[in-house]
Unconditional design. Structure first.
Length: 295
């Protein structure tokens, strides 16, 4: 899959080279793009690398050990490749990136120079700049258990273990009104009560914005549907008539885990953890320090 590296080395040592760079971007929704700085398109590994797309990359900085590989991709916004709407919608966030040095005369002679993901993206003057983060960037993420009163799990993940397919906790609905990209009214998904989907999420399952999602800030039950307010709007072409899937929300509290989801056995918080004021408490005759719960 990496190509004929020895053939590429021999070609580079010949003194007369025909090399170019190729990049492949694979979004989380499975959409894949290929770019090259050569003046003609190339194909390998089942990917077509388009020329004249305006995509370039600065020098790839690579180091030994655990140092972070870093680079930056730059290109022009166009309908044929990366669009401003897709960037604004977050479709390229966290996308996988691979970069090769390729002998364009013999594409089988190539070397994978970089593999990582897209970090911060910014737009200016009809162009985009994408930070490329190497695989060792994952080592910068803090790991370990967080001790706090609210639950630290995400509803439905491996720690929570709640089955989101349980009837009543997910429901599809149709958008009937868009007040703004962050406020929408839907038909269906009536749910048992108001605020049932608060702290949950809405996933777009049809239309131009299919595959995008957002967290629900407020949820109000209406006659035949619901009024949904989002923390951050969906800007990827959401329209009236699109279908969405609503997932019930969890406020990370002990009561919601026990009463709403019947999942207290997997609660990942510490509801009896003393607060910071407990550290400043002094002995009082009216409130003896017995070692019991301070709730």
């Amino acid at each position: 899959m990496n190509g004929d590296k020895q053939g590429l080395y021999a070609h580079l040592q010949s003194g007369l080279t025909t090399t170019c760079r190729c990049w492949a971007i694979r979004r989380r929704d499975g959409q894949e793009y290929g770019f090259t700085d050569h003046d003609m398109k190339l194909s390998f590994e089942g990917i077509e690398f388009k020329a004249s797309t305006g995509l370039t990359a600065s020098v790839i900085e690579q180091a030994t050990g655990l140092s972070i590989d870093n680079s930056e991709a730059m290109g022009a916004l166009s309908d044929a490749a990366v669009t401003e709407q897709d960037i604004e919608a977050g479709r390229f966030d966290g996308a996988e990136v691979r970069a090769w040095l390729v002998n364009w005369a013999k594409p089988e002679q190539r070397l994978l120079q970089f593999k990582g993901s897209i970090g911060e993206m910014r737009r200016a003057g009809g162009a985009f700049h994408a930070e490329l983060r190497g695989l060792t960037d994952l080592l910068n993420r803090p790991l370990g258990r967080i001790y706090q009163k609210p639950c630290t799990a995400v509803l439905g993940d491996e720690a929570c273990m709640f089955n989101l397919n349980t009837p009543g906790y997910q429901s599809e609905a149709e958008i009937v009104s868009l007040v703004s990209h962050a406020v929408l009214q839907v038909k269906g998904a009536e749910g048992p009560d108001t605020a049932w989907f608060k702290h949950g999420r809405v996933d777009v399952v049809s239309g131009q914005a299919q595959g995008l999602w957002a967290s629900i800030k407020e949820d109000e039950r209406l006659a035949g549907g619901r009024n949904i307010k989002l923390w951050s709007g969906i800007t990827g072409g959401l329209a009236v008539g699109d279908r969405v899937r609503l997932t019930a929300g969890c406020d990370k509290g002990m009561d919601a885990c026990r009463k709403k989801f019947n999942n207290f056995i997997n609660f990942q918080g510490f509801p009896d953890l003393p607060g910071e004021d407990w550290m400043m408490a002094v002995p009082k005759q009216s409130n003896p320090n017995t070692g019991g719960s301070r709730r």
